[in-house]
Design a protein around this ligand. Structure first.
Ligand SMILES: Nc1ncnc2c1ncn2[C@@H]1O[C@H](COP(=O)(O)OP(=O)(O)O)[C@@H](O)[C@H]1O
Ligand SMILES: [Mg+2]
Length: 239
């Protein structure tokens, strides 16, 4: 599969067309960013670790019956995916309080959220990805009520599958963000699932093993991502 033209350069990945109009190539780069692009850095190996990590997770989700854009790994940095019409609304589930939820609502980090919360954010860098609700998303034409319902059901399914998976590796899935798109009228999971877009804590020590290490300047960012991968049995020998 040939990389044709560069379609989009995001904060962490570059998107290329291929000779098949239904397929794209995503290139995972080593760029890290936080606080809406205020803090940026190059983290050696991050792109490859996240690409292999994402491939493993997407395959687990497909095995559980969740349709994803993942087609196949091309090499440690590149993945072939279905070309989706992305819905500009990010879906977030939180199992424990952290990050913006603590700041906005004055909740202590680590508080168990039962049942897990579900939130929507408008994917717009210039606006800082503001929180939105269902009626706004429908009225502004970002998604239909039916699509939002499907996205919500799928996000809760992903939560079930991945909470169990990380639990087996001695980790708590604190929260995560998903992006969906439309492929031939179906809602399909797109983008990536990696420690860049979720929070993972060691179950016993509560050590942070995700992008909060970068946000909070805790160091050993990619080392932590690699530890998560190793605990899940992901083979990183090729990188
Ligand atoms: N299967 C797909 N089809 C089309 N676009 C996709 C697909 N998967 C992810 N994308 C989009 O490609 C971009 C990925 O690059 P990323 O660096 O994460 O960008 P961003 O800075 O917008 O988050 C995102 O805008 C994401 O929505
Ligand atoms: Mg992104």
């Amino acid at each position: 599969m040939l990389k044709n033209t560069l379609l989009y350069t995001g904060k962490a990945k570059s998107v290329y067309t291929t000779d098949n109009p239904d397929l794209l190539i995503l290139v995972f780069r080593d760029d890290a960013s936080a606080f809406n692009g205020e803090k940026i850095a190059q983290l050696d190996r991050k792109g490859k670790v996240n690409n292999l990590f994402n491939a493993f997770i997407m395959e687990k989700l497909a095995e559980a019956g969740i349709e994803t854009h993942f087609e196949k790994l091309i090499n440690p940095s590149e993945v072939l995916v279905k070309r989706l019409d992305m819905i500009p609304v990010e879906c977030v589930i939180r199992n424990y309080a952290a990050g913006s939820l603590c700041r906005r609502l004055g909740v202590e980090e680590g508080k168990v959220l039962t049942p897990p919360t579900f939130e929507l954010f408008f994917k717009d860098d210039a606006l800082g990805d503001p929180m939105v609700n269902e009626s706004q998303s429908i009225a502004l034409g970002w998604a239909t009520a039916e699509q939002l319902e499907q996205m919500k059901v799928l996000t809760y399914q992903v939560n079930q599958v991945l909470t169990d998976l990380f639990e087996q590796g001695g980790m708590l899935l604190v929260d995560f963000k998903l992006e969906f798109g439309v492929f031939h009228d179906r809602i399909v999971l797109g983008d990536e699932f990696s420690p860049d877009g979720c929070r993972l804590w060691d179950k016993e020590t509560k050590k942070k093993l995700d992008k909060d290490r970068f946000r909070q300047g805790l160091g050993d960012v990619v080392e932590a991502y690699e530890e998560v991968a190793t605990r899940l049995g992901i083979n990183l020998d090729s990188i």
